[in-house]
Design a protein around this ligand. Structure first.
Ligand SMILES: C[S@@+](CC[C@H](N)C(=O)[O-])C[C@H]1O[C@@H](n2cnc3c(N)ncnc32)[C@H](O)[C@@H]1O
Length: 486
């Protein structure tokens, strides 16, 4: 038995191989909800830097505070000398390579390129015995990761080859040490195996490769959840998992129709999901769910029926009241939504938040006419409005939009999903701020019930939630006593 399998045995886990899935991780004992199944440090990771997340972050811990640039390469940031020291073995080699590249080329230095540069440096340092290996931390576990290279389309292959060339130029190693084709294949591996590192509120911070956790397969009805405590990846059981069960997480956003989920899985991971939700594809309840989440609303604003395309292709028929919705009318509203959404998005990204809030409200109004009340598109617009009003510190409006999203979250996410827990948490915090103490106690309790399972109980994030709930409970009970005395 190999070392990794032995280490996994000690964690009550085992690796099996199934013809339709490849490697899978199975439990060898039962796990209770909230229990940590496996945790792993990244083999390599990098902070994200893009339009959505333009802030620089510490290379080691992803903090955005007290950052200082590496004085030699001027590319990498650290928040403390402790973080810089922890990263030094790897960065010292990377730093020399980055210092040599010219300014123009620096512009092409995306997080993916940096992740690959780091991967090859780590492998080299491991081979030279400068970087120690452990049972979990070993390039040996990167080798068997799936790449799906033969399924990648021509355009993507060209892109991988260009990226591999850039990595090669940065490393400037002899041909005996790197091979462009191999680097291109490693890019394909990263696309199917790397994970987005998020903070406790599931905001993306970076990308990391966790080769052992990468053995875990996908389900749209997962029994486990992957969260991060700093750079440590932690997989927790979301429900009771019996002995001999496959550990499954979700790779994609599961709020969506079966077709949408399957498309996302096929495009990035090259497989057709056969989870119990996907097996319902084409069945009447699956058709109803897709039409509700991604389809149009009934012409009669009081009717909550779902619509299906009519046989004459004139439009869509409400399956509850039989009213026809003309496709031209739908097309006109869709075009209007598209136009105003573009304006709204430009205002938001250029920092004109008040202007953006007005435009997004117009989008919301039109989408309410267009889509079913449980529409994902409408929910996304309301999430954006929530974000804008939070940034504008308009708490009442923020609470209104937070509350509007919750029924859709309750419908599209499993009972114990972290995003549902976080939405209850947001609602609780806003209610507490606005003096709606009893509502805050209810929301914070619901948040705690979910997040204690998905996030554990001991992290600073959870301790803060617990203390907020205690404060709200104390105030609610004080108010009750004061009323009694009156
Ligand atoms: C992160 S890897 C998971 C481990 C992989 N099975 C292996 O052998 O290394 C992702 C790949 O696993 C496969 N996979 C994951 N979930 C699957 C599922 N539910 N059904 C079929 N294949 C799946 C796909 O090939 C996917 O690209």
């Amino acid at each position: 038995m190999d070392e990794l399998q032995k280490a996994l045995n000690d964690k009550s886990l085992t690796i099996s191989t199934l013809p339709e899935k490849g490697r899978c991780l199975f439990t060898t004992r039962a796990f209770f909800p909230g229990e940590v199944i496996i945790s792993e440090n990244p083999y390599v990771c990098v902070p994200n830097k893009n339009k959505e997340s333009p802030q620089s972050k510490c290379e080691w811990c992803f903090s955005s505070r007290n950052l200082k640039k590496c004085s030699a390469c001027h590319v990498v940031w650290y928040c403390s000398s402790k973080c810089q020291k922890s990263d030094w073995k790897l960065h010292s080699v990377e730093c020399r390579a980055l210092s040599k590249i010219d300014k123009d080329r620096l512009k092409s230095l995306t997080p993916s390129i940096r992740l690959m540069v780091r991967l090859y440096i780590r492998r080299k340092l491991e081979n030279e015995k400068i970087f120690p290996t452990t049972v979990m931390d070993n390039y040996k576990h990167v080798e068997p990761l799936v790449s799906h290279m033969s399924e990648v389309d021509e355009k993507q292959l060209v892109l991988y080859a260009q990226m591999a060339n850039l990595v090669n130029l940065i490393l400037q190693w002899p041909d005996s040490e790197v091979n462009i084709k191999e680097i291109a294949e490693s890019f394909s591996k990263l696309a199917c195996n790397a994970h987005t590192i998020c903070d406790s509120e599931l905001r993306p911070l970076g990308t990391g490769l966790y080769p052992v956790i990468s053995i875990i397969n996908h389900s749209c009805l997962p029994n486990s959840v992957l969260v991060f405590e700093g750079r440590l990846a932690v997989v927790r059981a979301m429900q009771h998992i019996p002995k001999g069960t496959e550990v499954l997480i979700s790779y994609v956003e599961i709020a969506g129709s079966t077709i949408t989920r399957q498309k996302a899985l096929k495009e990035q991971y090259f497989f057709t999901c056969t989870c119990p939700r996907c097996m319902k594809l084409g069945q009447s309840d699956d058709i109803q769910e897709s039409a509700t989440l991604e389809g149009y609303r009934c012409k009669d604003s009081k009717c909550n029926g779902f619509l299906l395309r009519d046989s004459d292709n004139k439009g869509f028929i409400c399956q509850q009241c039989g009213l026809l919705r003309d496709k031209e009318e739908i097309k006109n509203i869709t075009n209007e939504v598209k136009l105003i959404s573009e304006k709204a998005s430009t205002s938001f990204s250029s920092g004109h938040k008040a202007e953006a809030s007005v435009a997004y409200k117009m989008v919301e109004e039109l989408q309410m006419k267009l889509y079913h009340p449980f529409s994902i598109n409408l929910m996304r617009t309301r999430e954006t409005l929530l974000k804008i009003f939070m940034e504008l510190q308009e708490w009442k409006e923020a609470l209104l939009y937070c509350r509007l999203t919750i029924p859709v979250y309750e419908r599209v996410y499993p009972r114990c999903h972290p995003l549902l827990g976080l939405q209850y948490y947001m609602s609780g915090k806003l209610e507490w701020l606005l003096g709606e103490t009893e509502a805050a106690v209810r929301s914070l309790t619901k948040a705690l019930d979910i997040l204690r399972i998905t996030h554990g109980t001991l992290t600073p994030f959870m301790l803060e939630l617990l203390s907020k709930l205690e404060e709200a409970r104390a105030e609610a009970s004080y108010m009750l006593h004061s009323q009694d005395e009156d």
